[in-house]
Design a protein around this ligand. Structure first.
Ligand SMILES: *[C@@H]1O[C@H](CO)[C@@H](O)[C@H](O)[C@H]1NC(C)=O
Ligand SMILES: *[C@@H]1O[C@H](CO)[C@@H](O)[C@H](O)[C@H]1NC(C)=O
Ligand SMILES: *[C@@H]1O[C@H](CO)[C@@H](O)[C@H](O)[C@H]1NC(C)=O
Ligand SMILES: *[C@@H]1O[C@H](CO)[C@@H](O)[C@H](O)[C@H]1NC(C)=O
Ligand SMILES: [Zn+2]
Ligand SMILES: [Zn+2]
Length: 626
C-alpha cells in the first residue's frame, strides 16, 4: 500500500488513479490554485526560441506542486505545468521538432503537500507523476529516509518504465540484493528529428543516505565497464546527461564530461543539473552546455539547440561546428507559461488543458484533506531570508531572534528560568515568510525540519559569549540535511557566476536594495540571473532581488540579569544539528577543556516550526474575513 488510507479519503484516492475526465465543476476551476494570489502580469517577456531539439526542465521541486500561493510571480501550480507541457508538445509537433521534459530530483522536504503524509511524498509523488515528464532522476532528498527511497523504487521507477535514471544509485531489496533504483541509462530516438540519444541520470557524490541505498562516486562510475561500453555504443547522435548535481564549481559534471569527451571529441552533450537551488547555465565547450532550473517551482528551465546532424559521422570535416543555443528561465507564473505557448488564461482562457485542470483540482482537494489550509494567523509583512538585511525589520532571522526563540519552553521548568543563550542555524529556516495567511503548509515551508533542542548546562559566560562569533567565522555551515555549502556561495552562484567580484556584488546590492522592502516592491523584483551567456536569460525582466549575506547562526539572550550585568554562566541551548559545530567552537575557545567534558543534554521543547506557529497565532486571523 503506497497510500495510508486511514488518513485519506477514498474518493481522493480514486481521483489519483482514475483517468483524465474532468467534471464540469473541475473545468470551472480554470488553472492554478483557487487560493493563490492573482498572477502578476509583466509585459515584454523575453521569448523562447524553438530549435531542432528543445528541453523543458524542473529541479528541486521539494513538494511545491501547489505553487507559491502568496507570491504573485510564482502563482502557477503543477497542473499549469502539465498544461504547458501539453501545449509545448503540440507546438513541437507542428514545427516538426522535438521536445524533451526532464526533472532532476529532490521532490521531498519543504512543503506540506510532500511532508504532511505519514510517509513523505505518498500523495505528492503520485501527483508529480501525472505530468507528462520524459526523463527523471533521483535527488538526495529521496535518500535520507529509508521508506522514501523504498517508495521511489516502488512508485516512480516503474511509472517511468526505464526513463527514471539512477546511474550511480542503488537500493538494497528485502532479500539482500542491490539493484539500481531506476535504470543506469536510457537510449531513444526522438520522434520528429530522429536524433539518437543516450541518456544518463546521476546524483552528486552524496554520503548522508539511509542505509538501504548506496551512492557510488560519479568519478568512479564513469570508469566502470558498463558506462564505458554505453558511451561507445554505435549510432549515438547526442548525449543527455541530467540529474542532481550543481553545474558550476562542483566536480561531478566535469568528471562525466571528461569521460565522454575522451571517446567523442565533439558529439553534442546537453547537461541538466540541480541541488544548489539556483538558476544557471554553463558552457562546457562549443557543443556542450548545462542548464539548472532553480528551486521550489519558481522556475521552468528552457534550452533549445540547433545544428545537430542525426546520423552524421564524427569524422566528417565540418562535424564539430558550434551548435546554436537558446536558454531561458521562465517564472513559474501562469502568465509566463501561457504566453510562451501562445494561450490565454482567465475565465475563458485556452491555457488549462483537461489534464492540467484535473491536477490543479486534485492538489486543491488534497491540501484540504491534509489540513494544510488550517490557518494559524495573518502575517502582517514579509519576513525574508537573503532578501532582507539582517538585523532588520523585514528579516525573518530578526523576528526569531527578537520575538520567538525566548518562548522556548524546555522540559525542566526551573531550567527555563536560568540565564540562557539560544542558538539556531540560519539553515534551519528554508524559505521566506510572506505576508498573508500562515497555514500548516507555511510551517513546512518556512521550517520543514523536526529539530530537537539540546543544551550544555551552566557554561561559564566568558566562554559562552564567544560561541556565536566562532560559528559565524566559519566559511560554511549547516544547510541542514544538505551538503554544507554556504549561503554566500549560493548567492554568488545565483547572481554572479564565475565573474564573481565583490565590487560588482556590492554595486548590485546597493542599486536594488532598501532596508525596508515593501510587499509592492517584491512583486516587481525577481531573479536577474548572470550566467555564461550573460544577463538576458530570465523570461521576465525583473528588478533584481536584493541579496544580503546571512550569518550562519543567530543567538537570543534570555533571563539575563535585569541590571544589564553579565551572568556568571548560561545554559547554551541549540538545535541538535548544531552539536558538532558548537562543540568545535567550545574547543577552539577553551582548548584546555576536552570536548567530552561538556555534557550535552536534551532540553525538550517545541521545534522551530511549532514555535513559529505559536507566535503567529498572536497575530490573529482577521485577514481571512477581508
Ligand atoms: C532478490 O529479488 C530480486 C527481485 O525480485 C531478484 O532479481 C534477485 O535475484 C533476488 N536476489 C536473491 C539473492 O534472491
Ligand atoms: C497565437 O494564437 C493566435 C490565436 O489562436 C493565432 O492567431 C496566432 O497566429 C498564434 N501566434 C503564433 C506565433 O503562433
Ligand atoms: C466567458 O464566456 C462567457 C460565455 O460565452 C461569457 O458570458 C463571458 O463574458 C466570458 N468571460 C470573459 C472574461 O470573456
Ligand atoms: C487541523 O489542524 C489544526 C491545528 O493543528 C487542528 O486543530 C485541527 O483539528 C485539524 N483539523 C483536522 C480536520 O484534522
Ligand atoms: Zn534541493
Ligand atoms: Zn539536493
Amino acid at each position: 500500500m503506497l497510500l495510508s488510507a486511514a488518513a485519506l479519503s477514498l474518493s481522493l484516492l480514486f481521483s489519483l488513479s482514475s483517468g483524465v475526465s474532468a467534471s464540469p465543476e473541475e473545468l470551472v476551476l480554470g488553472q492554478s490554485q483557487p487560493s493563490a494570489l492573482p498572477p502578476i502580469k509583466t509585459p515584454d517577456l523575453r521569448d523562447i526560441e524553438w530549435g531542432q531539439i528543445n528541453f523543458i526542465s524542473t529541479t528541486d521541486t521539494h513538494g511545491w506542486l501547489a505553487g507559491h500561493l502568496l507570491q504573485a510571480s510564482f502563482a502557477a501550480d503543477w497542473g499549469d505545468y502539465a498544461s504547458f507541457i501539453e501545449h509545448a508538445r503540440e507546438i513541437a509537433d507542428e514545427k516538426g521538432v522535438d521536445l524533451i521534459v526532464v526533472d532532476d530530483g529532490d521532490q521531498h522536504d519543504g512543503n506540506g503537500l510532500s511532508d504532511a503524509t505519514p510517509v513523505n511524498g505518498e500523495v505528492s509523488q503520485q501527483i508529480l507523476m501525472m505530468a507528462p515528464i520524459d526523463l527523471m532522476s533521483i535527488g538526495n532528498h529521496e535518500l535520507y529516509k529509508c521508506e522514501v527511497t523504498q517508495q521511489t523504487y516502488d512508485l516512480l521507477a516503474p511509472h517511468f518504465d526505464g526513463r527514471y535514471l539512477t546511474s550511480n544509485v542503488e537500493i538494497q531489496l528485502q532479500n539482500g540484493s542491490w539493484v539500481h533504483i531506476g535504470q543506469r541509462s536510457y537510449r531513444f530516438t526522438t520522434k520528429n528529428q530522429g536524433i539518437n540519444i543516450m541518456s544518463f541520470g546521476f546524483l552528486f557524490d552524496f554520503k548522508l543516505n539511509c542505509d538501504n541505498s548506496r551512492v557510488s562516486d560519479v568519478e568512479q562510475v564513469v570508469q566502470q565497464a558498463w558506462f564505458q561500453a554505453a558511451i561507445r555504443e554505435p549510432g549515438i547522435d547526442m548525449f543527455v546527461v541530467f540529474g542532481h548535481f550543481p553545474i558550476r564549481f562542483w566536480p561531478e559534471m566535469w568528471a562525466i564530461h571528461r569521460a565522454i569527451r575522451a571517446v567523442h571529441k565533439s558529439i553534442p552533450i546537453q547537461y541538466f543539473g540541480g541541488h544548489s537551488h539556483v538558476r544557471d547555465f554553463t558552457v562546457l565547450d562549443s557543443r556542450a552546455t548545462a542548464l539548472q532550473a532553480g528551486r521550489f517551482l519558481e522556475t521552468v528551465g528552457w534550452v533549445s539547440i540547433d545544428g545537430i546532424e542525426p546520423g552524421a559521422s564524427e569524422d566528417s570535416p565540418d562535424y564539430a561546428k558550434p551548435l546554436k543555443y537558446n536558454r531561458r528561465y521562465l517564472d513559474f507564473n501562469p502568465h509566463s507559461l501561457s504566453y510562451h505557448v501562445n494561450k490565454t488564461i482567465g475565465e475563458n482562457g485556452t491555457f488549462g488543458t483537461p489534464l492540467g485542470k484535473k491536477i490543479s483540482k486534485i492538489i486543491d482537494d488534497y491540501r484540504v484533506e491534509l489540513n494544510l489550509t488550517y490557518p494559524f494567523g495573518c502575517v502582517p509583512r514579509d519576513y525574508l531570508l537573503e532578501k532582507a538585511k539582517y538585523p532588520g525589520p523585514n528579516s525573518l532571522l530578526s523576528l526569531l531572534e527578537e520575538n520567538v526563540l525566548m518562548n522556548l519552553a524546555g522540559e525542566d521548568e526551573v531550567r527555563n528560568e536560568q540565564p540562557r543563550l539560544i542558538f539556531i542555524n540560519s539553515g534551519s529556516l528554508r524559505y521566506d515568510m510572506y505576508s498573508g495567511i500562515f497555514t500548516i503548509d507555511s510551517g513546512y515551508i518556512v521550517s520543514p525540519f523536526d529539530n530537537k533542542w539540546k543544551f550544555i548546562p551552566s557554561v561559564p559566560y566568558p566562554i559562552a559569549k564567544k560561541i556565536l562569533a566562532r560559528l559565524n567565522a566559519l566559511d560554511y555551515i549547516f544547510m541542514e540535511l544538505t551538503t554544507p555549502i554556504s549561503r554566500t556561495m549560493l548567492v554568488r552562484q545565483s547572481n554572479l557566476g564565475d565573474t564573481f567580484d565583490i565590487n560588482v556584488m556590492n554595486a548590485f546590492i546597493s542599486a536594488s536594495a532598501s532596508d525596508d522592502l515593501t510587499h509592492e516592491d517584491l512583486k516587481t523584483t525577481g531573479y536577474v540571473t548572470i550566467d555564461d551567456f550573460g544577463m538576458d536569460g530570465d523570461d521576465t525582466p525583473h528588478k533584481p532581488y536584493p541579496i544580503y549575506y546571512l550569518p550562519n547562526a543567530i543567538a537570543t539572550e534570555d533571563n539575563y540579569p535585569a541590571d544589564g550585568s553579565e551572568p556568571d554562566s548560561v545554559d547554551v541551548i541549540f538545535l541538535d544539528f548544531m552539536k558538532p559545530f558548537i562543540l568545535n567552537a567550545l574547543l577552539e575557545i577553551d582548548p584546555s577543556t576536552p570536548t567530552e567534558e561538556w555534557s550535552v543534554l536534551e532540553y525538550g521543547g517545541k521545534s522551530v516550526k511549532e514555535m513559529i506557529k505559536d507566535y503567529v497565532r498572536g497575530w490573529g486571523t482577521d485577514c481571512l474575513n477581508q
